[in-house]
Design a protein around this ligand. Structure first.
Ligand SMILES: C[S@@+](CC[C@H](N)C(=O)[O-])C[C@H]1O[C@@H](n2cnc3c(N)ncnc32)[C@H](O)[C@@H]1O
Length: 226
């Protein structure tokens, strides 16, 4: 797969269909993320980057938020727009400038999406730009330890695009490995305050090794007003 085709992979039926079949609201990772969100979302402007089928957009709208989503895959955008008609969903590559004005959002949310990309710098810059002065970025990504255990080059530092198999083996996608410093970069640490950090495991049976390790991590990043 070429360097850019990973952005189109969610349009293929081999990936899109398993996603349709596994959109369960009570996924443990969604619950873990929601524990950290503000209790009252009413009236908040929320942007979900890499929104997929719009499962979290539906959650935000049900709780009275004004919800926006961007996703690179047209099939995902069409599905999410239909499912959550109150949300504004736009096809957009989140490594490019976001199609929103500065300081517009109270909250930016992203779950299992950033790790598809190689370079996260522009994404963090754009999240910072579109967040309001007291805005917060809720980010859930694959844990770098999980990348390390599944990639083939066995190097923590060397970035690799590898195949991630999920949904009981019914789907596979190209994933890009990252190390912790890609998320806690000098830019992130100077433009945001890390106010919550959690490391979590997928449920037993979903691990590639017998022993426990963190599968994903959640960062709560409050915008620093410079
Ligand atoms: C694993 S899915 C997660 C979807 C959703 N956040 C969820 O938790 O159900 C990853 C999503 O990120 C999107 N994505 C990946 N790279 C992207 C990019 N550069 N710009 C926008 N969306 C992207 C994919 O199209 C896909 O819908």
């Amino acid at each position: 797969m070429s360097n850019n085709s990973h952005r189109n992979q969610y349009n293929t039926s081999e990936v899109f269909q398993p996603f349709m079949d596994h959109q369960v609201d009570d996924s443990y990772y969604r619950q873990e993320m929601r524990k950290l969100l503000p209790q009252n979302l009413s009236g908040l402007k929320i942007l979900d980057i890499g929104c997929g089928t719009g499962h979290d957009l539906a959650f935000f709208v049900e709780r009275g938020a004004e919800a926006y989503g961007i996703d690179a895959a047209m099939k995902m955008v069409q599905y999410a727009s239909k499912k959550v008609s109150a949300a504004k969903v736009i096809q957009h590559d989140f490594t490019k400038q976001f199609p929103f004005e500065s300081s517009y959002f109270d909250l930016v949310h992203s779950q299992f999406a950033l790790e598809h990309e190689f370079d996260l710098t522009k994404i963090f810059e754009e999240v910072h730009r579109v967040l309001a002065p007291n805005g917060v970025f809720f980010l859930l990504v694959m844990h770098p330890i999980k990348h390390l255990l599944e990639k083939t080059n066995h190097s923590y530092f060397e970035q690799e695009q590898y195949v991630e198999i999920f949904f009981d083996g019914t789907a596979s996608v190209q994933m890009t490995s990252h190390c912790l410093a890609d998320y806690l970069s000098p830019y992130v640490l100077s433009h945001f305050r890390l106010t919550k950090f959690a490391e979590k495991s997928f449920e037993p049976g979903n691990c590639v090794k017998e022993w426990g390790y963190p599968s994903y991590m959640i960062l709560r990043l409050a915008k620093n007003n410079l």
